[in-house]
Design a protein around this ligand. Structure first.
Ligand code: AHR
Length: 516
């Protein structure tokens, strides 16, 4: 028995040694043969009235000992300004289709209360409403993306909300905004027409929803300086029929974009999604396979859109994405509070690479959901806050916002676990307006460093530097006791070799290089 155990340890060690000696070179070529732009809106965020995303996240009690404007936490604002978030989607999510905007304006103490039936049955006091959200966006220097209630609202309600926010006329509703403290129109251009209308937003068929969309969109009016970008509620994951019907039934001039929602659920089982912090290598591998499914989804939905809109007028807006695990033990299951490990960082880098590489069609996205909910950028514990590994990825990748897309060709070695394989490396690249080239690389392999030889076609450069995010273990996290365990560091593993760039990309890492 003892002998058997020792033998299996020896076999395990031999296996690890073999894994460490596996083929670990990749070939990459990057050209500047493109006119496409990586839209900054790919780097958008999402904040729903859910758990401690808004209340106890952005919006805190007056007594909380942190710097605030009104009740908005300024340490959070400062952190998000640093990573240049371009847009913030609000008020949901499922909450959007039970939200009535008139409840959230005027003196706070007179606002009606409601029950948040989707998320934990909490009492919503409406203290955070339209003005507070738009004040937050102004502090964040980002554009608001507001989701109108189609499920339980009316055309009139949505139409008046847009008028309230955007009109400078003397109509009663525009005057009301002025009396509530904002004389100038806010000029909000991004509007979602419902959310998940196939599910919590009304359980509609795509045929019924496309008629509803046309009806609502007809009364979503443009006001001076605010031409609307209307975004249709799009498919759930691989519901290709939804995309087909919407694209067939809604003329492209009617909608700026169509949304796509897809979450990486580690186990693939919504009843038991898997832990955010404790998982085996097999579970990690399965999670990354599910994460990479985003590429297939974007490719296939785009192909359907191409049939009806070959000139790509309509954007695919992946306005809910990220990893969705079981909640942290002891927390309210309705609040979707989860920790964020190095795995989350690799998931974020991989998804952003996918979106960058599909920037011909993906011209907007929103990570779910900014603070304390799902794959967050920031976690808070009363007055304490920490930046998650995912935050650092958005920090590194901000250089791609509105930069010129650079096409890539990559031959990657495989990452093999339990006889199953996937490409170990994924990459995207862009060139900013001052000519600097940025290359973001993800190594999903937990064991092997990978040497990447890169040819750059028609790109002149002299120097390279970069940043890396990695840690000793894939399950490592930042905690309130050790908030900087995972942080960005300067990367020294890239050098110029003749005209080529040679990078030694460490196992389980994300790197962004700058060539100039
Ligand atoms: O992000 C959490 C929820 O996921 C959203 O409210 C909903 O749109 C989706 O199902």
């Amino acid at each position: 028995m003892i002998f058997k155990k020792q033998l299996s340890i020896l076999l395990f060690l031999a296996g690890s040694a073999l894994a460490a000696n596996a083929q670990t070179t990749a070939n990459l070529s990057i050209s500047n043969d493109s006119k496409l732009i990586v839209s900054k809106y790919i780097y958008g965020q999402f904040a729903e009235h859910l758990g401690h995303g808004i209340y106890g996240g952005f919006w805190v009690d007056k007594s909380m000992p942190v710097e605030k404007q009104d009740r908005i936490r300024l340490d959070i604002v400062k952190a998000l300004v640093k990573i240049k978030i371009p847009s913030l989607r609000w008020p949901g999510g499922c909450f959007a289709d039970e939200y009535h905007w008139r409840d959230g304006i005027g003196p706070a103490e007179q606002r009606p209360k409601m029950v948040n039936t989707n998320w934990g049955g909490t009492t919503e006091d409406n203290s955070f409403g339209t003005h507070e959200f738009l004040e937050l966006c102004s502090l964040l220097h980002c554009e608001p993306y507001m989701a109108a209630n189609v499920g339980s609202g009316t055309v009139e309600e949505m139409s008046k909300w847009i008028e309230y926010v955007n009109s400078n006329s003397t109509s009663t509703v525009a005057e009301m905004r002025k009396q509530n403290g904002h004389p100038d129109p806010y000029k909000v251009t991004f509007w979602g027409i419902g959310n998940e209308s196939w599910g919590c937003g009304g359980n509609m068929t795509p045929e019924f929803y496309s008629d509803q969309f046309k009806r609502y969109a007809s009364f979503a009016k443009n006001y001076p300086g605010a031409p609307l970008k209307k975004i249709a509620s799009g498919p759930n994951s691989d519901d290709y029929n939804w995309t087909e019907v919407i694209m067939k039934n809604i003329p492209d001039y009617f909608m700026w974009g169509i949304s796509l929602h897809y979450y990486t659920v580690p186990t693939g089982n919504w009843g038991h999604k898997g832990s955010a912090t404790s998982f085996s290598e097999s579970e990690y591998f399965a999670t990354m396979q599910r994460c990479l499914k985003m590429d297939t989804l974007v490719t296939k939905h785009s192909a359907i859109m191409d049939k009806y809109d070959p000139e790509k007028h309509v954007a695919l807006v992946v306005d809910e994405w990220g990893v969705w695990t079981d909640v942290e033990p002891g927390t309210n299951p309705g609040f979707l509070y989860q920790q964020n490990s190095l795995r989350d960082a690799l998931i974020a880098g991989t998804n952003l690479n996918i979106f960058n590489n599909h920037c011909d069609r993906v011209r907007g996205a929103a990570l779910a959901q900014t603070i304390n909910v799902l794959q967050s950028l920031i976690l808070t514990d009363k007055e304490k806050m920490l930046l998650t590994p995912t935050y650092h990825i958005f920090d590194m990748y901000k250089v791609h916002q509105d930069a010129k897309y650079l096409p890539i060709q990559l031959i990657s070695p495989d990452y093999v676990v339990d006889g199953k394989k996937m490409a170990a490396v994924n990459v995207s690249a862009s060139q900013d307006s001052s000519g600097r080239v940025h290359i973001s690389l993800v190594n999903l392999d937990l064991h092997n460093n990978i040497t990447i030889s890169t040819a750059l076609k028609n790109i002149q450069w002299k120097t390279v530097n970069g940043q890396i995010l990695t840690s000793a273990n894939i399950t490592d996290i930042n905690t309130f006791d050790q908030p900087d365990k995972i942080h960005l560091e300067n990367f020294k593993g890239a050098k110029k070799d003749g005209d080529n760039l040679v990078v030694v990309l460490p196992a389980k890492s994300v790197v962004t290089l700058e060539l100039q």
